[in-house]
Ligand binder design. Sequence first.
Ligand SMILES: Nc1ncnc2c1ncn2[C@@H]1O[C@H](COP(=O)(O)OP(=O)(O)OP(=O)(O)O)[C@@H](O)[C@H]1O
Length: 275
Amino acid sequence: MATTFGGAPVAINIKGLYAAYQRQPVLEDINLQFPAGKWTAIVGPNGAGKSTLFHVLTGSMKALRGSVQAFNEPIATHRKAGHIAYMAQREAIEWDFPVSVWETVMGGRYGHMRSDPLWRRLLPSRWYHSRHGEAVREALLAVDMLALAERPIGALSGGQKKRVLLARTLAQQANILLLDEPLAGVDPPSERLILGVLAREREAGRTVIMVTHDMPGARRHVDHVVLINRFIRGVGSPDEMLSDAKLAELAVSSIEQSANDVRVAESPSFMAAQG
Ligand SMILES: Nc1ncnc2c1ncn2[C@@H]1O[C@H](COP(=O)(O)OP(=O)(O)OP(=O)(O)O)[C@@H](O)[C@H]1O
């Protein structure tokens, strides 16, 4: 098995990846490995392509070119087996929908329920649901939301909603967690709680990959950092990648990228191609 980063096996291996929206390139020539059992932060400016990278990993967007493997197999195999859990940045959840916290987190178990063998599904409902209920209970306990399990999701604060989304991700009991800005918009106690939960997931051997703009949190907690802005701009330790000099370089890359995009968009050949 391929190894990287201090000898850790590779959880996700991306080779020669390109992605675009309506011919506008968003990710180019991405060659990247995420070490297994480690906590990686993906850092980049707004519009850098971080969420797009997750869309490709979760299969909701098709790359123009390139390959993605998980543990040396096509990533789709692991997606289908429920090994990859994803917490979206702007979750497609109807917060006004009359469902409880418990039911929302149970949504994280649907993949397991679909793949449960027939004999298990034929068990009396109480037994059948107890395994899934236990996973939901554990996840709610981890994010300190068990006491609010019966509350309608519309009656939660922003930080509580974020914790429920995290619980839903944890309830999947996947071995790779993809988290798009799990710390955005939460207060310091919730941030500490979420960072603690993710640290425990890593200790349990899971691969944690999060997009974040929280540099102090990333410096303190993660093992590995990827800097991205359409291209990979750096890969290495938090000390090295999150230094002021490196972050300044990333910010400059963003300004240069925008200026270049304007030049391309105004060029006669691009305008002709757009029709
Ligand atoms: N559905 C879409 N159609 C067209 N362009 C899109 C679409 N989604 C994203 N983009 C564009 O692709 C680029 C990358 O977007 P993406 O959401 O991946 O960035 P990001 O790094 O996650 O940014 P942020 O930190 O703001 O969340 C941006 O310029 C964005 O406007």
